[in-house]
Design a protein around this ligand. Structure first.
Ligand code: SF4
Length: 186
């Protein structure tokens, strides 16, 4: 496996572990459950995530199902209110519902927490330990992406370029066609 993909997966595991810890700490407030899709928007992701997910889906030999009835701005992988790429979903989706701590454009700390989860919570009780440090993980992901795009063979990406998550399907289908053509040639 590509070395940067390995690092991406390690980061993803670190984030999953942090998310699990926070979900347990805030179990009385966090009400996220199968069927709630309020966070499932039509995201765009960094190339390292995009191509790592492609790799995972190719390894799983699957082209995920998509919804034929996606509303404007909704993720196409949300089908019958369930994520069809749940195992491979990007990092942003792994932090849904958590209290997210980040620095805003005015260089002030800001906290974002789902209104369905933290209805009666006293925001004074949030600390560095019981929130998700979004900037820390975004910086790690940004650095990994920088390394990834510098060695990317097929296309030039800028540091801030993002790819719409819905393009995964187009890529997977074109890979399938290429693989099929190759097997016919062989
Ligand atoms: S990838 Fe899955 S979890 Fe993420 S926005 Fe789409 S449907 Fe929701």
């Amino acid at each position: 496996m590509n070395k940067t993909f390995e690092s991406y997966k390690l980061l993803r595991t670190e984030i999953d572990n942090r998310a699990t810890k926070l979900e347990s700490e805030h179990s009385e407030q966090i009400k996220c459950k199968k069927g709630c899709d309020m966070c499932c928007m039509d995201y765009s992701i960094l190339p390292i995530e995009f191509y790592s997910i492609i790799n995972d889906l190719k390894e799983a030999k699957t082209v995920p199902e998509t919804s034929a009835e996606s509303k404007e701005g909704e993720c196409i992988f949300l089908k019958n209110r369930v994520c069809t790429i749940y195992t491979q979903r990007p990092i942003i989706c792994r932090t849904h519902g958590l209290p997210l701590l980040f620095m805003n454009d005015d260089n002030e700390w800001e906290l974002s927490a789902c209104e369905l989860n933290f209805k009666d919570f006293n925001f004074e009780e949030f600390t560095l330990d019981n929130t998700f440090p979004q900037d820390k993980y975004n910086s790690k992901l940004f650095m990994l992406n920088k390394e990834f795009i510098s060695g990317f063979q097929y296309k030039e990406f800028g540091e801030f370029d993002l790819i719409p998550i819905k393009n995964l399907i187009k890529h997977l289908k074109s890979h399938q066609i290429n693989d099929l053509a190759k097997s016919i040639e062989d």
